[in-house]
Design a protein around this ligand. Structure first.
Ligand SMILES: CCCCCCCC/C=C\C/C=C/C(=O)SCCNC(=O)CCNC(=O)[C@H](O)C(C)(C)COP(=O)(O)OP(=O)(O)OC[C@H]1O[C@@H](n2cnc3c(N)ncnc32)[C@H](O)[C@@H]1OP(=O)(O)O
Length: 282
């Protein structure tokens, strides 16, 4: 998979305007800045960018599109002014449809393999809260810029669920092992300020525009680096985690299906959904 992506890494001419590359899907948009050649992938699924089957499929399609059109980099962000992504749409896991939940988890695996394994430089402009699956997306990127007063982290244990191994290894690729282990066990959500202090995010910006500009600046640091050498270096550094999921996709799916169908897990998800609703009516 990575080899064919690498074939796209040839220098390209740049123009001076920005163009909408994809409106084929409604849940993501891809805008390429023709001056920098950088693509911004925006998630747009109100109210909270919950990662359901359709959004995951659109994200995957957009990443493939960006890989294919020789963009110089990918910036992931959200159209919601206060939420990057609320993580997996809990309704996909609560009282699930047998076929759909398989497609849902497979789509999540596809997104992670494409984003974590992307041959282009990736950065996340985290313009809002980013729990669980939202944190997975952000930490799959190579660089993170976050706006103040939001939260980010893998809070699965607080929901009574267990983050799969590849969520954990992505988290661990950003945070020191001891800190990652403690945060995962606690289901800890970090404020922007805390995330910056521990290195979970790289920079703080005061607006989405500034966050995107900082992400573009990061991607710009590769301008004078040979793209093939950069991509092969990234590929080697990330190969172990990617190979592990590629080799164990089926078992990972079956484990998820078994786990999510446990009565105790279903009960916990139901209670959690109720608590989210109650919060909304307070
Ligand atoms: C041994 C190995 C086993 C392996 C098995 C693996 C199993 C585990 C599988 C997967 C791991 C799970 C990953 C996840 O991503 S789970 C999702 C975690 N997400 C959260 O906990 C976030 C919950 N939401 C919030 O905290 C807040 O909503 C917010 C901070 C994101 C936004 O707050 P606010 O702006 O105040 O909005 P509201 O809370 O009012 O929400 C609006 C609306 O949206 C609904 N909603 C929020 N989040 C979700 C969600 N994740 N899924 C579905 N729906 C969500 C919320 O209920 C409101 O709905 P409304 O009342 O009907 O308007």
């Amino acid at each position: 998979m990575m080899r064919s992506k690498l074939m796209n890494l040839v220098p390209r001419a740049v123009a001076t305007t920005s163009r909408q590359m994809s409106t084929a899907t409604k849940l993501t948009t891809v805008q390429v800045d023709d001056k920098t050649g950088i693509a911004t992938l925006t998630m747009n699924r109100p109210p909270v960018n919950g990662l359901n089957l359709e959004l995951l499929r659109d994200i995957h399609q957009s990443i493939e599109e960006i890989e294919g059109n020789k963009s110089r980099g990918l910036i992931l962000t959200s159209s919601n002014p206060t939420i990057f992504s609320a993580g997996l749409d809990i309704f996909e896991m609560y009282k699930p449809d047998k076929e759909r939940i398989r497609a849902f988890w497979t789509a999540l695996q596809d997104v992670w393999l494409a984003l974590y394994g992307s041959s282009v430089p990736t950065a996340a402009a985290i313009n809002g809260h980013s729990p669980a699956g939202g944190c997975l997306l952000a930490t799959s990127c190579e660089y993170r810029v976050m706006l103040p007063k939001y939260t980010i982290g893998l809070n699965e244990t607080k929901l009574g669920i267990v983050a799969p191994k590849w969520f954990m290894s992505t988290f661990e690729s950003v945070l020191p092992r001891r800190l990652a282990e403690r945060a995962l066990n606690q289901g800890r959500m970090f404020t922007t300020e805390e995330a910056l202090a521990v290195g979970l995010v790289d920079e703080v910006a005061n607006s989405k525009e500034e966050a995107i500009a900082k992400c573009a600046q990061f991607i710009g640091t590769f301008a004078k680096v040979n793209p093939l050498a950069r991509a092969l270096t990234k590929q080697q550094l990330r190969a172990e985690e990617l190979k592990q999921l590629e080799d164990e996709r089926v078992q990972d799916l079956e484990k998820f299906i078994f786990f999510v169908n446990q009565p105790a897990v279903q009960k916990g998800l139901g209670i959690y959904l109720e608590s989210l609703k109650k919060k909304a009516t307070k």
